[in-house]
Design a protein around this ligand. Structure first.
Ligand SMILES: [Zn+2]
Length: 267
């Protein structure tokens, strides 16, 4: 095993995608972080519009274990314009902002804004390339178009396809382009996820990451309720079962991968 790259806290998990900036956490953020602290050493708070991106930056400045990513989600792409680009660029210069995201394509909820989504995505990928930041990608029913966009940057851009839902062929293509795959609560669901679990079992070890996507997609047995970063251990345990290796190994591998991708400092 390669020990040359150590995670920020080698004893703990890294939640690479969490929305502690969501209003669902307004009332009890400190308690949520306290519950996570035993197992989760670092949390990346992902923005989805300008307000939530700014809040992610502020949280990262306030809490030692938090880092921020800033971006405009495809759901908000209809409002994309030059001033949003300028605002994001300013946020990306702040301390502890480690990525552009979440950005991407969502044809499930917003098929009517396809061209605007691609415009917003392309501009934000250019920004990531210019500032040498990784990207956090959201994708729903749009894998072919998203991978086509990413392929333009082949070998020059790194990032994660968060909450992986694609096929094995799409996973192979994403990894070939230089992407990591984020696995969350979906891998704990019993039904209709054979493909996701198949990819989780087979994906290259040095390209897998853990995430909660809290407050969404809580893992079993909390499915349907608010998700939170302390549940990341349930996801790590399930991934360990799927890959038939000890959870300890999942922790080491995924924390090293996250530290490498997001250039997280050692603590
Ligand atoms: Zn998200």
């Amino acid at each position: 095993m390669n020990h040359s790259i150590m995670p920020p806290n080698p004893r703990k998990l890294i939640d690479t995608h969490c929305h502690l900036n969501h209003p669902d956490f307004n009332a009890d953020k400190d308690e949520v972080l306290q519950r996570a602290s035993a197992e989760v050493g670092t949390i990346i708070v992902a923005g989805y519009d300008l307000d939530s991106s700014l809040l992610a930056c502020r949280l990262a400045e306030r809490y030692e274990t938090l880092y921020a990513s800033v971006g405009v989600h495809p759901d908000q792409a209809v409002d994309w314009n030059r001033s949003r680009y300028d605002s994001l660029k300013e946020l990306l210069s702040r301390p502890k902002v480690v990525a552009v995201g979440e950005v991407g394509l969502d044809y499930h909820w917003h098929p009517e804004t396809k061209s605007k989504q691609i415009e917003a995505l392309a501009a934000q990928l250019d920004l990531a390339l210019e500032l040498n930041k990784p990207v956090i990608l959201h994708c729903r029913d749009a894998h072919t178009d998203l991978l086509d966009q990413l392929e333009i940057y082949q070998g020059r851009l790194r990032g994660v396809m968060h909450c992986w839902t694609g096929s094995m062929d799409e996973a192979i293509r994403a990894i070939g382009i230089g992407m990591y795959l984020g696995f969350g609560g979906l891998i704990t669901f019993k039904k209709n996820v054979d493909t996701i679990q198949g990819v989780a079992a087979e994906a290259l070890a040095d390209r897998i990451l853990l995430e909660t996507d809290a407050p969404y997609l809580a893992p079993v047995p909390h499915r349907g309720r608010r998700n939170e970063p302390s549940y990341l251990l349930l996801i790590a345990k399930r991934l360990a079962e799927i890959r038939q290796i000890p959870v300890e190994e999942i922790r080491i591998i995924t924390s090293q991968n996250a530290a490498r991708l997001f250039n997280l400092p050692e603590s």
